[in-house]
Design a protein around this ligand. Structure first.
Ligand code: EPZ
Length: 417
């Protein structure tokens, strides 16, 4: 049986904890190394399963990677392959981030269509439409995207919806295109902004990062760079909720408070006591949270990646809350498991009605996707009795040593193999 977590709940967490660098910034940053033959030095790459998967994919493409302390040095002197195989892409959808850089630098790419995943079908039509606008020839064959372009040409692209990795793929492709590209309806997530900072350090000419309108003037080639990856705002939010849901007093450090402002606003509405410093957030849990309604939306709105964690807190609130998930089709996988711990949550399509209960009971539960597993850990921390969270490999994809961080705050949590 794969590793699981054993949690004896009911302990108010206390103390300080530092967040790691953002998974969703590290993955595009690694892919960006494909755009140059010179070395890229990322100073603080989190030790995550998804990072290892991306590093493995880059190696098959011809990259040499070396860990140095908390960082990673990546160099793709020459490409050895343009293939991102199904067995890799199917385990991590973010593999699609090699598509834009491969076409831009190498002129061709064969990337397996990512299947669906636990939270929805997750198509990449916007990535492909944008690349086609830049002049790539795209065909779909045997479950693979085959893209070719002698030289990409700048174009005006308006995506039909806000897509984080779609924006990242197109920004990377446009960086080496001939002429200027305009991406309208671009994603504004801090991880997109962080990628733009890395590309700029590599010599790209990008204006409007962090806004819905990106203007990229293509350059003939990009150089190496050194870059510090932005802190993980979702891990920060998860740790803040851990302090709140256990009625504890936790200070999360190494945070960019602006990146969690929607989460903090919602937690304040739930009665969580918050103090915000330049690089830290202190959360004090209320005896019992207040109910609040929440709707997920693209940044700077309430992040879908924090929906399961907030729902877990709302499950203990004094009153009824309404949770509306607008980004993914099936992101309520945590609801059934929370129900087994005593939560009272009814879902109907994209809406969940949460009837707060006074407490959770510990129970054996099973993780299903990355953020749902974080939510189950949070429920276990608050629950009376013992919770075992199975399939913790889901958690390892996006949280660096979460159980160690929580144990350092006083949680009774252990990994069992
Ligand atoms: C990124 O996924 C994140 N992953 C996700 O984090 C995050 O939940 C998501 O953005 C939304 O914030 C990475 O950055 C590696 P999207 P991404 O393209 O880029 C639809 C986590 O837990 N869509 O912004 O795949 C799509 O189906 C992960 O760390 C299309 O229809 O998400 C979804 O419903 C989970 N066609 C919505 O748009 C497309 O071509 C938003 O997807 C692209 C997307």
């Amino acid at each position: 049986m794969p590793a699981w977590l054993e949690i004896d709940g009911g302990v108010p967490l206390r103390g300080q904890v530092a967040v790691s660098a953002a998974k969703n910034a590290a993955l595009p940053a690694l892919a960006a190394a494909l755009l140059t033959s010179e070395p890229v030095h990322l100073e603080n790459v989190p030790a995550l399963a998804d990072v290892a998967t991306m590093a493995g994919l880059l190696e098959t493409l011809g990259a040499s990677l070396a860990r140095d302390g908390a960082g990673m040095r990546v160099r793709v002197e020459r490409l050895r392959s343009d293939l991102a195989p199904y067995e890799l892409v199917s385990t991590m959808r973010a593999s699609v981030l090699v598509l834009g850089p491969l076409v831009a630098r190498h002129g061709s790419a064969r990337v397996a269509l990512p299947g669906g995943c636990a939270i929805g079908p997750r198509p990449i039509d916007q990535h492909l439409k944008g690349l086609a606008r830049l002049g790539a020839e795209i065909v779909i064959e045997n479950g693979y995207v085959i893209a070719r372009a002698s030289r990409l040409k700048g174009a005006r692209i308006t995506t039909d919806l806000v897509t984080v990795t779609g924006t990242e793929n197109l920004m990377m492709a446009a960086a080496l295109a001939e002429g200027t590209t305009l991406i309208e309806n671009a994603a504004r997530e801090p991880e997109v902004d962080d990628l733009a900072a890395l590309l700029t350090a590599m010599g790209a000419r990008i204006h409007g990062a962090g806004t819905t309108r990106l203007e990229i003037e293509g350059v003939p080639e990009l150089a190496g760079a050194t870059h510090r990856i932005v802190p993980d705002r979702i891990e920060a939010g998860t740790l803040i909720v851990a302090g709140a849901i256990t009625g504890g007093d936790v200070t999360v450090t190494g945070v960019v408070p602006d990146h969690v402002s929607a989460v903090l606003a919602k937690l304040e509405e739930c009665g969580v006591g918050l103090e915000v410093g330049p690089t830290w957030v202190r959360a004090r849990g209320p005896a019992r949270p207040q109910a609040a309604d929440v709707t997920t939306s693209p940044y700077p709105g309430f992040p879908t990646d924090m929906q399961a964690q907030l729902m877990t807190l709302l499950g203990l609130a004094d009153g009824q809350s309404r949770v509306t998930e607008t980004i993914f089709e099936n992101r309520f996988m945590h609801v059934a498991e929370l129900g087994r711990m005593g939560a009272r949550i009814e879902t109907d399509g994209a809406i969940a009605i949460v009837q707060g209960v006074p407490g959770y009971q510990g129970a054996p539960v099973m993780a299903s996707d990355l953020r749902a597993s974080a939510a189950l850990v949070l429920a276990g921390l608050a629950a009376r009795g013992r919770t075992t969270v199975a399939r913790v490999y889901h958690l390892d994809r996006g949280y660096e040593r979460l159980e160690a961080k929580l144990a350092a705050l006083g949680a009774r949590i252990e990994r069992r193999a």
